[in-house]
Structures are given as C-alpha cells and as structure tokens.
Design a protein around this ligand. Structure first.
Ligand code: SF4
Ligand code: MSK
Length: 641
C-alpha cells in the first residue's frame, strides 16, 4: 500500500488493527462502512437537522431552518414539531429495543422458576435475594424458585400494566430524591402550562406506544410535551427495561466478577475454529460458549483439524460473555466487517441490534457462516438457525457444529489476523465495586470529598463512521483520567477502552496523581468496564446508591456522561434517561435536533433547571473534557467540597 493511502486509512480508525484490516479490504476490493459512507455524500442536511417529516402521505415535507423555502409542512407542522416528533420516535425505538430484551429474560426467569425451562437455571441466588429485597418481595423461608417467580412477575408486570402508578422497579431502584423530584414535576408543569406531562414511567410498553400515538398525524405538536414524553419513555428503559435485563441476566447467568481478558482482533486464533458472537442478548451466546467448551466439541474440532473452538465476542453480546465467561473481545461495532476479512472467522453468530446487513454479502465471499438466530433480526443471505430458549443447548450445539464444519473450507492462504491485543480488567458491577470498597460507597465518597478524585464520568455508546473509530473514546477517556476523573462505562466505548489498553492496570500511569494513587491502592485500572448497553442501568444504580447514601439528588453529585461516538436510537434513549436522572450528557456527532430552535433550547438549557441534567455537544475530545470537568467542579462547589 502506498504511503498516501496508508495515511488515508489511518483517518478512518485510531485502532492499528483496524487500519491493517482496511489495507486488506483495499487489496481484496471489499467495501466497508467507510466506503459506503463516502458514497452517501453529501448526506441530506434536512435529515441532519431533523427538519424532515414523512409521517403522512401528504409529505414528505421539509423545512429549511435558514429561511429558504416554506416554514411549515403541508399540515402546518413547524420545524420544532418535526424535530421533537422525530426525536421522540428515536427514544421510543431505543427504549423498546432495550426493554424488549428485558422482557425476554423476565419471561425466561419465570419459565425457569416454574420448571418449564431446564436449559437455564438460577445461577446467582444471592443476587436473586438482593433483587427481591429491593422489590420488597418476601425471601425468608422461601425457595429460590418461589422468590424467582415473584421477581419475574414483578418484572413482567412492569411491561403491560395499565394503571397510572410508577413501575415498581423505578419506584424501588430510583433514589428517593429523584423519584420525588420527577413526581413533583408533573404538578409544577401543570401549574405552568395547564397541560398534563408526566415523567415517572407507568408501563414500559405503554410509554413507547404513547409516543407512537402522540406522533401520529394530527396529535401532539408541542415540542415541550413531546420532549417530556421522550424523557418518560427513556426513563422506562433506564429504570425499567434495561434494569430488568441486567438484574435478571445476573440472576440467570451470574453476576460478573472482576477478571482479566484480552481485547482486539488478535483474540482470533489461526489454528482454531473461531466463532464470533455479536449483538446484544447473551441468553444464546452464553450457551454457545458453554457448548463450545464441551469435550465432545473439542473432539469434533480436533477431528476437523483445528486446535479448539475459540468463541470470541463483538459489541454488547461480546461484553456480556466477556464479563461472565471471560471470552476474548474481538472488537466494537466498526470491527464487525474487519473481523470477517481476517478470513479466520468460521461463524459469525448474531442475535439482535447493531448488526450490519452488509455482513451477509461479505461472509459469502469467505467460508464464514453468517448465522442469524432471532426472528426480530433476520438478514437476507444469512443462514437462519432459529433460537428457542426452551431448546437452547441443542441449538447452541448445532451452531458450534456448523462452525466446526466450516473450518476445513477455510482458505489458509487468505488468513490474516492482526496481532493486536490488549489486556483489560473488566467486570466492575456495582456489587464488585462495593466489594472492592469494603461493602459501602463511603470510601469512594471520601475520595471525592477530599478531592483525590474530582468526580466520575460515565461514557457510553457506539462507533460512528462520522468519527475516526475510537479516537473520541480514547482521547476523551485519557483526558478525563489525567484530570483525576474516574471513568466508568459500557458498550462499544468499553471495547474501545479495552483495546486501547486503558483498562489495564498499567493505564494508571496516564491518570492524574490522585486517581493513580487510588488505583494503586485498590489494584484497579482508572477506567472501569461496567458492561453492555443495558448495563448502563448499573451506572444509574451506582449513582443512585451514592445519592441515597448522602441523602441528595443525583443532580447534586459530581457526575457527568458522554456518548462521544453515538450511532443508535438506543444511545438516544440512554442519553435521555441520564438527563432525566439528573446527569448532564455530552454528545458527538450532532444529534438531529438543531433545526428546531425550541427543542434545542429545551434539551440544552431548560432541562438544566427542570431536570438537573441536560445535553451539550462538542467535537473535540480535549474541549469536551474541559466542559465535563467544569460541570464536575461546579457541582463540587455547590456541595461545598
Ligand atoms: Fe408533512 Fe404534516 Fe404529513 Fe409531516 S404530518 S408529512 S409535516 S403533512
Ligand atoms: S453495541 S448500541 S453500537 S454501543 Fe451495544 Fe455498540 Fe452502540 Fe450498539
């Protein structure tokens, strides 16, 4: 590759493994997300600003916010209405994706506890009892199954209930002051506007359906009430669906423990059958890992000429099995095509969310079996092996066998695995953090009060082809730890940080003196992996626990969030429930709201007074860290510390 092209490829990713693979893509003539993105230029500026509407068949309508052309849609909808409706629909989709995931594991827990499913079991009884205790479900003298039925029923009840009361999970998990603030807000806004606007989520399904209804042609055109419902719906995700997913997965599959893993494409093994599990729901992938480790699968792999079956992770399914079963992490979202191009992936097994449909064509150019498993994520060109949790062992075994059968078809001459891996210490659940602190958040609070650590930043989200892959994730994280701000996070950010070595203990050297000393004492890195996208609920839980411990609202704490390479509607829901929980959130790239001046003002200014959380945008990692530090310092000053 000539030097010029090499430089060009480096602008696509900050990860050297990705750059090497992009060279392979060039050589082999494969298009990647970066090439397809270039072909999409120039992208529609109405779409970028959020001022296009195709809700009814009189449209599509669009409004130029710079005053060129009409200032209303055919029905009279303004730019702000369009922006708010589009945003609300994004929040509804994002919340629904997480929450539907939560529903499935709640139903599975019920099936396991009532003896209808024998493929799974209650793995973490302590967690079950802790969750039950939180929900005020009796535990004394009861069997695990009896308790689990009640926990499952409480969770399932959150989805479809029809009364006006808040979700039991939100009520029992949300810190007291935040719960009261959101409850009082309904009254305050009613006094101010004369209209009913609620924030506490009533039913998980209901809040999303409410958005679908109110954004139907000719319903809610008021930016404020549309934004308010977006917050309520997103809160039904953070303190509902995602929380349920996390808590019940811990009960069924085990609460993650701190452990060391390897991250990046170098986890693929030239001599082994490589199975990549990708997506979000670990119920299947945990089984794939389990089955791949059986002696009979080992024998089958050897018979096919391989050393072993090596299951590795991608995106959030990867995070889940990495945390619980210690599998290697092949990469984040933008790595998915690159992994296939190594020529060493025998099966790419996907469940739901964040899966490029382009993988089907790409896999067909290799021996790689691209296996879809969910009726909610079928992709033309894939081999569909329908997952059924009531027959999980057999299906997972079939998937592993399919990968083993593909191995002999691998073209060994075509295999190229970039030799990049980093060590990462992962599994920092709330339980593990508290254990490291001696059972109470007080030592962490003391460190924050005495200024050893200035505050905590939670970073989440994806890769986005509009940002050099991982550049913002790495740059922002390094800037923050250098300023003695502890960084926690989830999702594809966590994978980026792991690949960059920021979750290795040696990353302490990059931290400021205070954070460095604390990490040295506790034997932890300055950057903590808390899990997958649904595990953002672990961050809420940690923040809520500290707030309750101090008897303050979350918005008083020196906490701040960021989604610096966000892509998906789920990231919109996550950002919005952070804001609704009182945490300011940085976003990059620009969200599609800037064409609506009123919506922009509500989200970036008014939310600050009303919710204590708000959105801000910034393109540069160092400047973002400046803003995040400023917020933390203001909050410290307000607390008198
Ligand atoms: Fe146009 Fe109004 Fe229909 Fe939207 S709802 S497409 S703005 S006419
Ligand atoms: S996988 S939502 S690209 S973090 Fe959770 Fe990554 Fe974003 Fe998907």
């Amino acid at each position: 590759m000539d030097e010029g092209r090499c430089r060009e490829l480096k602008t696509r990713s900050a990860d050297p493994a990705a750059v090497e693979m992009l060279g392979v893509a060039d050589r082999e003539g494969f298009a990647t997300i970066w090439d397809r993105y270039e072909k999409q230029q120039p992208q529609c500026s109405y779409g970028q600003l959020g001022t296009c509407c195709r809700i009814c068949s009189m449209g599509p309508c669009r409004i130029d916010p710079f005053g060129e052309g009409p200032d209303r849609g055919v029905c009279g909808a303004t730019a702000d209405t369009m922006v708010a409706r589009n945003l609300a629909r994004m929040a509804a989709v994002g919340s629904s994706s997480h929450s539907d995931h939560g529903r499935k594991v709640a139903l599975l827990l019920k099936a396991v506890a009532s003896g209808r499913n024998r493929d799974y079991r209650i793995t973490d009884e302590d967690k079950l009892r802790a969750v039950a205790g939180r929900l005020a479900i009796p535990t004394e003298g009861r069997t695990a199954d009896e308790i689990a039925v009640d926990v499952a029923d409480a969770a399932i009840g959150c989805f479809g209930k029809q009364d006006e009361e808040p979700l039991v999970f939100a009520e029992k998990y949300m810190p007291k002051k935040r719960f009261e603030l959101l409850k009082g807000l309904e009254e305050k806004l009613f006094e101010a506007t004369g209209a009913k606007m609620g924030f506490l989520p009533r039913g998980i399904d209901r809040e999303a359906v409410d958005i679908l209804h109110r954004t139907h042609f000719g319903c809610d055109h008021d930016p404020l009430s549309l934004v308010a419902q977006s917050v309520r719906c997103s809160l039904s995700d953070g303190w509902g669906g995602s929380l349920i997913a996390t808590e019940i997965q811990d009960i069924l599959l085990g609460t993650p423990k701190i452990r060391e893993v390897k991250a990046n494409l170098g986890v693929l093994e030239e001599e082994s059958v490589n199975v990549v599990v990708h997506g979000h729901e670990p119920v299947l992938s945990a089984k794939v890992v389990e089955m791949a480790r059986l002696p009979e699968m080992q024998r089958a792999a050897e018979a096919a000429g391989a050393r072993r079956v090596n299951v590795v992770g991608m995106c959030c399914t990867g995070n889940e099995v990495l945390l619980r079963q210690g599998v290697g992490m092949a990469g984040n979202e933008a790595h998915s095509e690159l992994a296939v191009m190594t020529g060493a992936v025998d099966a790419m097994v996907v469940d739901v969310q964040c899966i490029y449909p382009a993988l089907a064509d790409l896999c067909s150019c290799y021996h790689t079996r691209f296996i879809t498993t969910s009726e909610q994520a079928k992709i033309p060109g894939a081999l569909h092996i329908q997952f059924d949790e009531h027959n999980a062992d057999a299906i997972a075994m079939r998937i592993v066998r399919t990968a083993i059968e593909a191995f002999p078809n691998r073209n060994k001459a075509r295999v190229f695995i970039p030799r990049h891996t980093a060590t990462a210490m992962v599994g920092f659940t709330v339980e593990e953090i508290l254990k490291a602190l001696g059972g109470t958040p007080q030592p962490l609070i003391d460190l924050i009060v005495n200024g050893t650590i200035k505050g905590v930043a939670g970073i989440v989200g994806c890769n986005n082809v509009k940002v050099q892959q991982d550049r913002f994730h790495r740059g922002l994280t390094e800037e923050l730890i250098r300023r003695d701000i502890l960084v926690i996070g989830t999702g594809c950010w966590a994978v980026a940080a792991a690949k960059a070595g920021l979750m290795d203990q040696s990353a302490r050297e990059k931290a400021g003196p205070g954070l460095q000393a604390v990490c040295g004492q506790l034997g932890i890195p300055p950057v903590l992996h808390m899990g997958s996208c649904v595990d953002c609920s672990r961050m809420l839980n940690l923040a809520g626990g500290i707030a309750d411990h101090l008897g303050v609202d979350i918005s008083a704490l020196p906490l701040v969030g960021s989604a610096p390479e966000w892509t998906t509607e789920k990231a919109v829901a996550i950002g919005t429930y952070f804001v609704g929980s009182g945490i300011p959130v940085h976003l990059w790239p620009l969200p599609p709201i800037l064409g609506g001046p009123e919506v922009t003002k509500i989200l970036t200014q008014d939310a600050r007074d009303v919710l204590g959380g708000w959105f801000f945008v910034e393109e540069d990692p160092a400047a973002t860290a400046d803003q995040m530090e400023k917020i933390i310092m203001e909050r410290r000053a307000a607390l008198g510390i």
